[in-house]
Design a protein. Structure first.
Length: 212
């Protein structure tokens, strides 16, 4: 409560609304308090927080395997981690759930991946992929390295392949470190990187159902 000391127009002490009255060297002074904006909770702000939380979860898991090798070198005035987050934040719903077909793991001008077939077996937890040897197309090279990421929505599990198949090796096998079941959806993201790191391709995503 504020107390008026010398009539209606006099100074006061204490607090009225967001105004604080006090005395400084015998002079009555008033200060306004800043409006509180702590933890804003509008629907739009909550949605953006959820999207950000979702994409940061992916970026944290893929930091060493994807963000650094495929994004660091080409990010403008930011880290590869932040570039990945910026590129993918709108690929999550307002609840923070990924939209798998919208997510990208790489962005660049190198000749991309040409997937001929893609599948996975629940019994072996292995992804099998056949790619086209397009090492004579555009700026491709036979030694370009294939980067892969798998996403399993049923368990919300994300995994990156850390041994890199060259472009001219058309048969790719990948033993996953998590359990998959027949009928599950699985998403695989693929991109190429030049061995010296100077170029990367746009990524593409394959969606398929796990077989027995």
């Amino acid at each position: 409560m504020g107390i008026i000391k010398r009539g209606l127009l006099g100074g006061f002490s204490g607090k009225v609304a967001n105004i604080v009255g006090s005395s400084w060297k015998g002079i009555a002074v008033m200060k306004s308090l800043p409006l509180s904006v702590a933890n804003p909770r509008t629907a739009g702000q909550v949605a953006q927080r959820n999207r950000f939380k979702g994409v940061v979860g992916w970026a944290s898991i893929l930091l060493a395997s994807i963000c650094k090798p495929l994004w660091d070198r080409f990010a403008q005035q930011q880290s590869g981690y932040n570039a990945f987050v910026s590129a993918n934040v709108d690929s999550f719903t307002i609840a923070g759930v990924p939209l798998p077909n919208a997510i990208i793991i790489s962005r660049g001008s190198l000749t991309g991946v040409d997937i001929q077939s893609l599948g996975a077996s629940a019994a072996t937890a292995q992804i099998t992929m056949v790619i086209q040897d397009n090492s004579t197309v555009g700026n491709a090279s036979a030694t370009d390295e294939l980067y892969l990421v798998a996403y399993h929505p049923a368990s919300n599990t994300l995994e990156a392949k850390t041994d890199y198949t060259p472009r001219n090796n058309v048969n790719v096998g990948w033993n996953l470190d998590f359990v998959i079941n027949q009928g599950d959806l699985l998403y695989v993201y693929a991109a190429f990187r030049r061995v010296d790191g100077t170029m990367v391709s746009d990524s593409l995503v394959g969606e398929f159902v796990v077989t027995a």
